[in-house]
Design a protein around this ligand. Structure first.
Ligand code: 9MC
Length: 240
C-alpha cells in the first residue's frame, strides 16, 4: 500500500484525525455543545455551515466494557458486517482493495425526506497505534474514512447527491488486572471510544432537517454499533 497514489493523503489525514480525536472537547477550544447523552455516551457538535449548508462537526465519546479497540475497529472496518449495524445504508460496494487494511467504498444511503438520496465514495484505513500513555498497555486502534474520487463513480452523475465526509473512530483499551493468577476476562476490559465525523451533505438540504437527522441518527448508530460488537464478541477469545 505504500506505493499506492493515495498513500501520502492517507498518512496525512490519519495523523490529523487521530490528533484531533485525542483532543478533549474542552481543549479543542469553545464551540462544542453537548446535544445527546445516554449512560456513558456523550455526543457533541459544533454548528457550522459551508456555502449555506450544515456541516456540523460531530464528536462522540463513549466508554464500553467487555470489548477491545481492535474488536470495535475490526467490525467497523470490515465490509461483511456493515449491513448488520449501519441502518441508514441502502447499498455498499468495495471499489478497490488497496491492501488488507485499506479499502475504497461506494455507499448509497437511504433517502431522508425531503432531501434527495445521497451517496459517498471514501477510502477506509484501519491502523494500530502505539499506546502513548502506557507503553506496555494495549495498542490504540483507529479507522479513518475520508471521501475520495473514483472513476467508476463520478460525483452527481446518477440519481444521488454526492456527500463528502471525514470520519475517525479512535479506540483506547484498558485492562484492569484480574485477581492474582486469574486469567483476564472480558469483565476486566474497558474501551474508550472517540468517534469524530464531518459530513458535507453535498447539495442543499434544509438545515432543520439535517440537524434533526443527525440528532436522531448519530446516538442510534453508536449505541447500535457498540451493542452489535458486544454481541458478536461475547463468546469469542479477546482480540487485542
Ligand atoms: O462512519 S461511516 O463512515 C460508517 C460507514 O457507513 C458513515 C457515517 C455516516 C454517513 C452518513 C452519510 C449520509 C448521511 C445523510 C446526510 C444527508 C442525508 C443522508 C448521514 C446521515 C443519515 C445520518 C447518519 C448519521 C449517523 C449514522 C448514520 N446516518 C450519514 C456515512 C458514513
Amino acid at each position: 500500500a505504500t506505493l499506492h497514489r493515495l498513500w501520502p493523503e492517507i498518512e496525512k489525514v490519519v495523523k490529523q484525525e487521530v490528533a484531533m480525536a485525542k483532543l478533549g472537547v474542552g481543549e479543542s477550544g469553545t464551540g462544542w455543545q453537548l446535544f445527546a447523552e445516554d449512560g456513558e455516551m456523550r455526543m457533541y457538535r459544533r454548528e457550522e455551515e459551508v456555502d449555506g449548508m450544515v456541516v456540523d462537526p460531530l464528536k462522540a465519546v463513549h466508554v464500553v466494557k467487555g470489548i477491545t479497540g481492535r474488536e470495535l475497529c475490526h467490525y467497523f472496518f470490515n465490509p461483511q458486517y456493515r449491513y448488520d449495524w449501519e441502518t441508514t445504508l441502502e447499498h455498499m460496494n468495495v471499489l478497490e482493495t488497496i491492501s488488507e487494511d485499506t479499502l475504497i467504498f461506494h455507499q448509497t444511503h437511504k433517502r431522508i425526506w425531503p432531501a434527495s438520496q445521497r451517496d459517498v465514495v471514501f477510502w477506509s484505513h484501519l491502523r494500530r497505534l502505539p499506546n502513548d500513555q502506557d507503553r506496555d498497555g494495549p495498542d490504540i486502534w483507529t479507522v479513518v474514512n475520508n471521501s475520495t474520487e473514483h472513476p467508476d463513480h463520478p460525483a452527481n452523475a446518477g440519481k444521488c447527491v454526492r456527500i463528502f465526509l471525514t470520519v475517525c473512530l479512535l479506540c483506547q483499551t484498558r485492562v484492569d488486572p484480574p485477581k492474582a493468577g486469574a486469567p483476564v476476562s472480558r469483565d476486566d476490559i474497558t474501551c474508550k471510544i472517540t468517534y469524530c465525523s464531518v459530513v458535507n451533505p453535498g447539495g442543499w438540504a434544509p438545515a432543520s432537517v439535517l440537524r434533526a437527522v443527525y440528532k436522531r441518527e448519530y446516538p442510534k448508530f453508536l449505541k447500535r454499533f457498540t451493542a452489535y460488537v458486544k454481541n458478536q464478541t461475547k463468546d469469542k477469545p479477546i482480540m487485542y
